[in-house]
Write a protein that binds this ligand. Sequence first.
Ligand SMILES: Nc1nc2c(c(=O)[nH]1)N[C@H]1C(S)=C(S)[C@@H](COP(=O)(O)OP(=O)(O)OC[C@H]3O[C@@H](n4cnc5c(=O)[nH]c(N)nc54)[C@H](O)[C@@H]3O)O[C@H]1N2
Ligand SMILES: Nc1nc2c(c(=O)[nH]1)N[C@H]1C(S)=C(S)[C@@H](COP(=O)(O)OP(=O)(O)OC[C@H]3O[C@@H](n4cnc5c(=O)[nH]c(N)nc54)[C@H](O)[C@@H]3O)O[C@H]1N2
Ligand code: SF4
Ligand SMILES: [Mo]
Length: 732
Amino acid sequence: MTASLVPSFCRNCLAFCPILVTVDGGRAVKVTGDPQAPAFDGYSCPKGRALPEQHNHPQRLLHCMRRQPDGGWASIGSQDAMDEIAAKLTKILAEHGPRSVAMFTGTGRVSHPVGEPIAKAWFRAVGSRMTFSAATIDKPAEYTSVALHGNWHAGLQSFDGSDTWMIVGANPVIAKSNGAPYNNPGARLKEAAERGMKLIVIDPRRTETAKRAHIHLQARPGQDALLLAGMLRLIIDEGLHDADFVAANAVGFEALKSALAGFTPQVVAARADVPVEQFVQAARSFGSAARGGVVCSTGPSFSTRSNLTFYLALCLNTVCGRWAREGDKAPFPNVLLPAFTPRAQPYAPYPVSSDRPMRVHGLMESVCGMPTAALADEILKDGDGQVKALFCLGGNPVLAWPDQQKTEAAMNKLELLVVFDYLMSDTAQSAHYVIAPPLSLEVPASTRMTEAMKYAGVSRGFTMPWAQYTPAVLPMPPGSDLIDDGAFFFGLAQRMGLQLEWVNMRGQGPNLEGPTQTIPLDMSRVPSVDEMIELACANSRVPLDEVKLHPHGHVHDSELRVQAREPTCTAMLQLADTRMMGELSQLLSESASDAKSPEFPLTLVSRRTNKLMNSAGRGVPKLDGGRVSPPACMHAQDLAALGIASGDLVAIRSRHGLMLARAELDNTLKPGVISVVHGFGNASSRLGELGQEQVLGSVSRLINMDERDPISGIPRMSAIPVSVSLHAGDLL
Ligand SMILES: Nc1nc2c(c(=O)[nH]1)N[C@H]1C(S)=C(S)[C@@H](COP(=O)(O)OP(=O)(O)OC[C@H]3O[C@@H](n4cnc5c(=O)[nH]c(N)nc54)[C@H](O)[C@@H]3O)O[C@H]1N2
Ligand SMILES: Nc1nc2c(c(=O)[nH]1)N[C@H]1C(S)=C(S)[C@@H](COP(=O)(O)OP(=O)(O)OC[C@H]3O[C@@H](n4cnc5c(=O)[nH]c(N)nc54)[C@H](O)[C@@H]3O)O[C@H]1N2
Ligand code: SF4
Ligand SMILES: [Mo]
């Protein structure tokens, strides 16, 4: 058989880069970026190019697994697994009620976006609201800030026409995350700089993104709210704001202005440890530009006060009038989402929390969803409503949830843990059943999920009307019995006599672009993945069949322009939310040295690497380079002061716990800051098999769940005070 070259797109992360897959004998042997998809310049990253290694992974599960009474594992047919799990769930639901069954969805769901709506439909059908996701341990403030401040119907001004752009704690060049277009962000930032856009980056590390900045504020971690407050004050003080826009579209300007009074450039620059002239230059550069925006990402999200930081970023956009205006080209003309008419008008703020409490920590279900940081305690705390059964879809809680020890205790306490993963992950080690899914190249997909990310924040998703559909590129591996999560939950529903409904939301909270689409499913037969894609793309602006005509993807341009405010629209943006103004005054009164203590003199921050997607990619030599523990990146000054050399095994201690890592020289860091990649480490049950260095490598061991945000529950996951020392002796 001769090899063929098949166009598709990578689904390891939300960039969904177009790729060409070389298929030989039914197997993927090579993946490259697709040069015929000009919008992406043929770009791909190492994770995408390693799709063949992922699909052909020697430890890949080709059958579902069931834990045996002696603790060992045996394979089980997917139909039998559904029979047994349906019977167990029926019993748990009858004994403990719907709240006892929960779900966590992680980043692995990006590979197969149409499974989750069926899983959620199953939860609705059994009456459980207990569906959690990685969103509340990621950037939950994207949701809370929009609820507190309001949003803009037409969206933020587009990156393309902007002359200023500010990125707070994101590294989109590597992560394809908030702040820059997903289609080859490095190239897009370079182009923008060439046409004169002034990029401002706030990050304690001179990242790949910061290297492209006009101004890089290398601030102390955790000072973003302070910096944004200071910028707002300076911009208003110097009259650089857009008074007409504010008067027409926002309330609370005077109250915000007076709350900002104490945030002088001197106070802010000193506390954030940046040169005052550079801070002033950044604020003026942002304030005096005509178009552009500010966006925040995981850096400030993980570093406490995330609601306030994200809220102030929205205030900065509003005060400078940086929302798409009447007559502008629509920044987000939907393609696989239904058509809509963007308007130059606000969406009103709405309550952040529901009246539905969790059983623990005084947390509520909120606009960002169920608080994942509370789920371990919901499992551990005995009593009415206790979570007894958990489905984990494409996630790896043992390495990704804060407080690894607590997470492991919770996983081991469950009566039923069902993990959907293609490998025996560290969470799967605790499971009762592991469901083996087909991998991305074995199923069809559309780019709708990334398009719909625009509903999750103000600067996510594609910045152009890009769409692609791919059929399955590969057949199922010979001899395998794989089942995707959609078909699995559908099968459970059939066995339990449940009627499922497919739901497509078209926005966040009460502010929807269009009515929610609810489609009852025919329960007599399992829908194919292609049928699920059709359901997701119901009433799309561009018919799915037309998108399919472009196998290399296509920009479905539109002449759609932003329309004027509707005469009936009374909504206003809120610049002085009471809760946020309270936090502002607390922030000012806090001591500047709160994070410094002699016992924990360094500050640990998170970072991502180009070759791994959180914990995924470990175990693939091409991606992890055989590394068993994470790099602990440190400045030469800190290494020298501690007598540590690059390559040494070090113990990192926080008030909560300790982890092991390998020191690595990195002079792009601000001295005093140590930056460690998360996703390493292993379940502690594997200590005998793998050894301390490998097992104790998770940053989540350092995170205390009790230091949590009152709305989303996200704990401090960055800007953590730590100490670092050469590792000696046994730790456990
Ligand atoms: N300390 C610290 N903690 C963090 C973070 C941090 O930076 N620092 N980041 C946080 C963030 S932003 C997030 S989003 C979460 C991530 O939390 P998780 O999503 O729970 O973590 P991942 O490691 O991404 O887990 C993805 C899992 O999906 C599996 N997978 C991959 N492809 C497929 C597939 O096609 N199908 C199925 N079924 N499974 C698949 C992988 O094998 C892996 O086990 O972690 C959070 N936790
Ligand atoms: N290659 C790759 N791509 C990924 C992922 C991956 O693991 N690998 N994960 C995906 C996921 S789940 C997500 S959520 C996105 C995340 O995407 P990003 O949010 O862009 O994540 P990072 O690349 O870690 O960038 C966060 C930056 O914040 C900085 N930082 C840390 N603390 C602070 C602080 O207090 N203030 C400020 N201003 N900066 C701070 C760090 O130095 C770092 O450069 O990436 C996605 N894409
Ligand atoms: S950036 Fe890398 S992992 Fe993400 S879609 Fe593109 S090739 Fe895949
Ligand atoms: Mo994330």
